[in-house]
Write a protein that binds this ligand. Sequence first.
Ligand code: C5P
Length: 291
Amino acid sequence: MALAEAAPAKVNLHLHVVGCRADGYHLLDSLAVFAGAADRLRYRPGGPLTLHLDGPEAGALSAEPDNLVLRAARLLAEAAGVAPQGRLWLTKVLPVASGIGGGSADAAAALRLLDRAWGLHWGTRRLAPLAAQLGADVPVCLDSRAARMGGVGGTLTDAPALPAAGLVLANPRVPLATPAVFRAREGGFSPEASLPAAWADAAAMARDLARCGNDLEAAAIRLCPAVAEVLAGLRGLEGCLLARMSGSGATCFALFADPRGAEMAAARLPATWWRWGGGFTEGASKPYSAP
Ligand code: C5P
């Protein structure tokens, strides 16, 4: 029997660098949401563990042992004391090294998928410590639902209740390495954002988010000036409520009043860019504050 999991794109609606740890990792405050744009991971039982790659963005990746999907599989097998087995297919739709957590989403999807496939049924709470070992963005991708990210990214609390907004994603097709962007950042630290418990509509959400920022945006533009072109392109779209870079870039997002408007707006962006339009997606809906 084949099993499948979606690995949706993570979008940082704001990203404040609020401090720095002794080991060089940065302390963050970020509101992460998930987009309908997603990679797809499939599994069939039988034989030793293998990974096959396909899809429009697969060319930039290899199925070597350091692939995050295989690292996640080995980590889970070791923690659970089972032999890593089965065939995995990753259909890569999200551009790599692009600030929307594609690799992290794939690793999180591998943990969820193999938890079922290998009959472990640990659930996302028990998988969370493994996710944190794989990368700062993997814990939030485990539930793939809107969350406030704290600590180095893995301390998750409830996000404000989101309205039915539209979202456009655009990437200039230049990969950006996260460590390089953090290193290039100048300036001090930002305070945590003050956000309400809920937003009535996309315009109210955009107004509050306009008071926040992405503290990595200026550094990313210095390393990759095309990010500024993408932001200008998004801001020029009719109906754009807010445009900002996600994560460490180079993908930028724009908020729209509704998913249909966002889909139509994305089609008007340059065809040389990776672009996507639609709405938010929600994974598991348990509050983080629940026991
Ligand atoms: O955890 P992950 O491997 O995704 O992080 C990639 C790099 O991004 C780290 O090696 C670090 O340079 C930078 N980073 C950071 N602070 C964070 C998350 C990532 O400095 N909170």
